[in-house]
Design a protein around this ligand. Structure first.
Ligand code: FES
Length: 150
């Protein structure tokens, strides 16, 4: 049965196994490669997207759970004011090293700023706690979030 959802403000319908993770629906069925596969176990945060404004791990979200929901991926992050400010700050500060985790970092930071427009450093650290960066760009990530928060 087709599953209907909204991805980056566009209505889409996918016919697939209802248990298939949202991550793989995005990458394989919808050909959006910005959302990354890291651990596949909900541990690293590389696959983070927004679902109805909440940061979720798309590797742990069956597509059936996304039915009728609004998904924002890195491809659509700039359509949100917080996402646009974060992408700008990320570029200004040149945050990424290898870059692999950064889509998930930006989506988690978007959810953080939506919930808390002026987070303290401690709140940034807590909010970004679930997103691992193998290159340890954490200091630049924090600076970029502060810059985006204005
Ligand atoms: Fe989903 Fe690591 S790939 S949390």
């Amino acid at each position: 049965m087709p599953i209907a959802l909204t991805v980056n403000r566009k209505k889409v319908s996918v016919t697939t196994d209802s248990d298939k993770p949202l991550l793989w629906v995005l990458r394989e069925d919808l050909h959006m490669a910005g959302t990354k596969f890291g651990c596949g176990q909900g541990l690293c945060g590389a696959c983070t997207v927004l679902m109805d404004g909440q940061a979720v791990r798309s590797c742990q979200t069956p597509i059936s759970a996304a039915a009728g929901k609004a998904i924002t991926t890195i491809e659509g992050a700039k359509a949100l004011p917080q996402g646009a400010a974060l992408v700008e700050a990320w570029q200004a500060i040149d945050v990424p090293q290898c870059g692999y985790c950064q889509a998930g970092q930006i989506l988690s930071a978007t959810a953080l700023l939506q919930a808390n427009p002026k987070p303290s450093d401690a709140e940034i650290d807590e909010g970004m706690n679930g997103n691992i960066c193998r290159c340890a760009t954490y200091i630049r990530i924090r600076r970029a979030i502060r810059m985006a928060a204005g």
